[in-house]
Structures are given as C-alpha cells and as structure tokens.
Design a protein around this ligand. Structure first.
Ligand SMILES: *Cc1c(COP(=O)(O)O)cnc(C)c1O
Length: 416
C-alpha cells in the first residue's frame, strides 16, 4: 500500500469526533452498554499495531489497494470543450476495489474489529445490497456467520446482489415493514442487535447511526482520501475541489477527511439525489431540503413532514434512497466547510452514459450523481479561482449491479 502521508495518520482518541450539535446516541437503554463496548474498542483496538498491520495487509493483498487515480481527460473535454473551466479531472477508482465499491473498506475493518472483540456473529443492513455483499465477503473471509437485513423492495430490485450474498454464505432476511427499503432494514438490524448483543456485532454500512459508528466508518473510509491526497501530491498536485455523492455519506467523508482540516483552500462538494425533482416529494435530498431530526440513533438532517414523521425517500439509485444522512455532513453543511448540491434521476442516468462513452467506465448510479454535478461545480470553481480548476471526484463504485435499471431506461428512451 502506498504509505499515506504520515501527517495524516490518525491516533486513537482523534477517531472519536463530535459534530457540533449533531450525532449522539438516541437509542434504547439496552443498546448503551453495547455502544460503550464498541466505543472502547474503537479507541483501543483500532489504533493498535496488530489491528493496523492486519487491516493494511488485507486492504493491499485482498481488496487491491491502493486504488488508482485516473486522469479523465476525455470526459473533462466533453463537459468543458474550451478548457476554460476544468484543468484536470481526476477519478479516485473505488470501483476497482474488490466487490466493486468503497464499502469493502468499511466492512472489512468492522468485521476485523468484531473478531478482535470476540464476537461470534455479524449482522448488517443493506439497501442496494452493496454493503450486504461487502459484509458477507468480509465475514466469509474471516470465517464468521452473517445475517443481512434488506428491505423487500430492494431484495427484488437488487436480485444479483441477493444471489451474491447467499453464495457468500450469508442469510438474507427480507424486511416487509414500512417502505420496505433501507431505513426499515436498519430498524430490523437494530432490533436484532438489542436481542443478541452479547454475541453479535452490528456492521453499519454508512457514516450514520449512533456514536461511535459515524466516527468508526469515517476512520475506515479515510483510506480513500489519504491515498488520493498522497497520489495528487506525488503527481498532478492538490485538487481545488473534491466531489463525492452522498447517501449516508461514507464515501464522501472518506475522501473529504484528508483535506478537511489540512487544506482549507480545497473546496468540498457532496451531491445528493434529487430523484424526480426537488419540487416533488420523490427525492432523497436530505441536507438540501430536510431539517434537524433524529433517525437511527443520531441527530442529523432528516426528511420529515410537519408532524415530524419520517418521509419516504426516492432515488433511481438504491444506495442513495435514504431519508437520513451522517451527522458529520450536517455539521459540515452548517459550518460551510462543505457544500451540498443535488442531481436528479435523469441527470444521473445521462451522466452514466456520458462517462461510459467518453472514458469506457460503467459507473454506479449512486456515483453518477457526483458526475452529474461536475459542470456546475467546474463553473463555480473556475469563477472562484479565476482559472480552470483541478477536480478530484470519488468514483465510488461500478455500475454492473444497475444493469437492469439502466436497460429499462435505455429501452424507454429508445437510445442506441
Ligand atoms: C452505497 C453506495 C453509495 C452511498 O453510500 P455512502 O455511504 O453515501 O457512500 C455510493 N456509491 C456506491 C457505489 C455505493 O454502493
């Protein structure tokens, strides 16, 4: 693994951050001892030499890290033919990580932590199925049984990932309550954890949930930004702006982390799903249109109605179809350190096509939201800087899992 800049190395306590008024633990009394136990493990096991060495070895020899940085010159010219807004467009290739997305970084780190804590069973929730596949993969590799909760609608629309999880030895439990998507799966997983807390480790899939999960997941995903920053410094130089899509917010916080405090001049952009449009009630733009509220154990922004009822989210990408967002993003939005934009379903689908045709990369629909926002971000940054900007975009995952959705849209549009 390319040694990350030593200055970026994290030390024990620094992992456990607070996020202004956000985060915390809004959970049943019965979960508090389990969260305390996890918090102690995060502070002691995570920074330990033995854990670090094993995780670094697996990230290198099993996941395939470091992932490359790709210079997307043809895409840059397609977006900005004159070259007046984009000097360079660099892609951090998490699609090349084993299982095809960034989620393996987190799953492997947490299952390794579970083993160090002496837990005998792994549970997880999943939306698109990517986190379920990543967790089932890590559990198979480390020899632990794994149960994955998934909303019944997602079980249907992500059939290939369900098959993958089962082949990997995991049990997939369809959740029939509520909107039968990610938030309901997360509720069921929490219920299981309350009942089986002594033996079971709950592997959360994004930088959300009660303390210490947001900090734990961010710490395990910071490898994206640490590598990307070192790769930029070794070659093309620091970017002017970093762009990532935001579901729960883990790939975004993972790539932001390296720049957040060290490089205040580097602008940070998260892109949420605007679904059918911000003027409809069919979107997942939590930071853009949500308000302060509690969901899944933490205070953050949530999509809710006047009575405080959580609204159902919508996005063409199952991984962004979530009415909450990690608490650190809420804080970054309020402080202005990061800015959050949106892209619609249609814009994301168009971005998939553009990136495929110009770069030969079939990107995930989640990822496509980040790409759809590049023209707006490039214009804004070129204006701020008075010169073409260097952009670093997190290519969070590959699009093979979305083929059924993509084919339906291609047919509907009669596109060649
Ligand atoms: C799950 C997923 C996301 C969204 O999750 P975050 O926690 O916001 O990163 C984005 N891209 C891909 C490819 C995913 O699988």
């Amino acid at each position: 693994m390319a040694p990350a800049d030593p200055g970026a190395a994290s030390e024990g306590e620094a992992v456990l951050r607070t996020y202004g008024p956000y985060g915390g633990r809004f959970v049943a009394e019965t979960l508090v001892p389990a969260l305390d136990e996890l918090e102690r493990a995060v502070a002691t096991v995570l920074p330990s030499e033995a854990y670090r060495r094993e995780l670094d070895r697996l990230l290198r020899d099993y996941v395939g890290r470091p992932t490359p940085l790709t210079d997307a010159a043809r895409l840059a010219r397609a977006i900005d033919p004159e070259g007046s807004q984009i000097e360079r467009l660099l892609l951090k290739r998490e699609d090349l990580a084993h299982t095809g997305a960034h989620k393996i970084n987190n799953a492997l780190g947490q299952v390794l932590l579970a083993r160090a804590m002496g837990k005998a069973r792994i549970i997880a929730e999943t939306g698109a199925g990517q986190h379920g596949v990543a967790t089932a993969t890590a559990a198979a590799l480390l020899g632990l049984p794994c149960d994955v909760y998934q909303g019944a609608i997602d079980v249907e629309r992500q059939a290939p990932n369900v098959a993958r999880m089962r082949l990997l030895g995991a049990r997939v439990i369809p959740v029939e309550s509520g909107s039968r998507t990610l938030k309901d799966a997360m509720n069921e997983a929490l219920r299981d954890w309350v009942t089986n807390v002594a033996t079971t480790y709950y592997c959360v899939g994004s930088a959300a949930g009660p303390r210490p999960y947001p900090a734990l997941v961010a710490e395990l995903q910071r490898v994206i930004g640490d590598e990307a920053r070192a790769q930029c410094v070794a070659g093309p130089g620091l970017p002017d702006a970093v762009v990532a899509c935001v579901g729960g917010g883990s790939n975004a916080i993972g790539i932001f982390r390296a720049f957040l405090e060290r490089d205040p001049g580097v602008a940070l952009f998260g892109v949420e799903a605007a679904g059918l449009g911000l003027d409809t009630d069919r979107h997942a733009a939590t930071l853009t249109l949500g308000r302060r509220g509690v969901l899944h154990g933490a205070l953050s922004y949530v999509l809710c109605d006047d009575a405080g009822q959580i609204q159902e989210a919508h996005s063409v990408s199952a991984g962004l179809d979530y009415p909450g967002v990690g608490p650190e993003h809420a804080h970054l939005k309020d402080t202005g350190r990061a800015a959050y934009l949106t892209a619609t379903d249609a814009e994301a689908l168009a971005a998939v096509r553009l990136v495929a045709r110009t770069e030969g990369l079939l990107i995930a629909l989640e990822t496509a939201h980040a790409f759809a926002a590049i023209p707006a971000i490039a214009a804004r940054e070129a204006g701020r800087l008075g010169r073409p900007a260097r952009l670093l975009v997190c290519l969070s995952g590959r699009g093979d899992k979305d083929l059924a959705t993509l084919m339906a849209h291609l047919d509907a549009e009669g596109a060649s």
